[in-house]
Design a protein around this ligand. Sequence first.
Ligand code: NOJ
Length: 559
Amino acid sequence: MTDALVIETPADQETPAWWRQAVVYQIYPRSFADANGDGLGDIPGILSRVDYLAELGVDAVWLSPFYPSALADGGYDVADYRDVDPRLGTLADFDAMVEALHARGIRVVVDIVPNHTSNLHAWFQEALAAGRGSAARDRYIFREGTGPDGSEPPTDWQSTFGGGAWERVEDGQWYFHHFAVEQPDLNWANPEVREDFLETLRFWSDRGVDGFRIDVAHMLTKDLADPLPSSVELEAIPRDGNHPLFDRDDVHEVYAEWRKVFNSYDPPRTAVAEAWVETPERRAKYASADGLGQAFNFDLLVADFDATQFRTLITVNLAEALVTGSSTTWVLSNHDVTRHATRYGLPPLAGRRVKQGTEWVAAGGPEDQLDREGGLRRARAATLLLLGLPGSTYLYQGEELGLHEVAAITAEQRQDPAFFRGGAFDGLGRDGCRVPLPWTADGASFGFGSAGSHLPQPAWFAEYAVDAEASDPASTLSFYRRALALRHELQTGETLEWLETGREDVLRFVRPNGWQVVTNFGTEPFALDADTGAVVLSSGADAEASVPGETTVWIAPTA
Ligand code: NOJ
């Protein structure tokens, strides 16, 4: 790497908002900790692990949906936006959890799913009963079918999870669902829909929630005026603001209204958009201060462990933050993708699987090609690099234990609709990263709960259990704890300067306070100059005079 590049962001550094450089830990509630022994994680389970979260050193937690749901899509099919699933607890449990987290200085972010409801939501049940042309149906997207008797769907569009995107109801009309059949899309042109979500945002803000993660934030508004395009025609329409289904400019009118609600609280509530859009410029719109304020950057989810790819992505995303005034976000794992230790342990780009004939296979080779140790070594190096960058980092439960994806889940045990409909998300679906956490090396469901776990835990989970790792200074858990503690010293201004390394496979940058981050993506050690400073943390073997292969180090300036 040759050219030095200074990147600056315009953030107000005197009183930066809490979220700008926060570490946010994603909890998938049904798989975190099960307090009542029914095999499903719950809110009291989270409450019982607040000390663990505090010791880990996270600044905030983001809870995936915990609302009443038939679990057609792991809780992203919400039957009531202003309640807790009785299997997961009560609103009183939720309040107690927020209080305990706040008492330890941990903020709380909840998931809002505005594109679709569950088919069990009162509104959808009302729409079914009320019949065609009713006000209740206008909250959703109902259309007549095509063909002589209307028995063909309005269009040939495919849902994200595979299969058609329209479902027929008893009286012959069809409704649109981007995702599972049980997730009818809402009609965001309907003022009642808009008003109701403002109420939901106030409901959780009043309960002390600090921020929101907005599910598929780029899909809400639609232009479904007749004649509707075919899927081939749809595919050809650019996604640059006026596409019928994705990333329409008018969606930002919704978020401008939301912003007024967020800013009516002190401190203002925050939001982060899940928006899979075409370009960083399009993504920037979601991160603007008069909109949601921050947007996920998922670029690293689809990148290899590769210096050039990382450097480009870092540069582009920091430049984007300059434009929006937001801070950038970094993500290596979440509940929708193969865990990054596994992605980096398979041949390049093999984290996602492809279909060969009727079989789904890992894109880069079969599962037995997984290099467990190498994958984890690279994952730790990538994590430490990320934690050294300006911006906020989102961690996914279990990555702090170095967990790999669980592959040994039979078709009968699987839950993800994407698996059953053979659609997106790698063909095997997303259950492998949603297996309940191992808290203890022994005992029923590795300490998750007293009555087994809703997805099967493999025997190798014992090695990764919290109690086994907590007492081992070389464990991934100890490494994360140390990194998060040190990060508070490292994260000053939101800038970095790339430094010359003379090697294509080594990245090195310095932060405003003189801390340096060096990542050796290659296998040959990278020698450090004697006056560089002291290595305070290594993602791998101890490093002093040189950085071993596939390792990141943090270097603090000597006083
Ligand atoms: C994105 C969520 O992350 C994913 O888990 C869910 O299936 C879809 N949105 C639909 O809500």
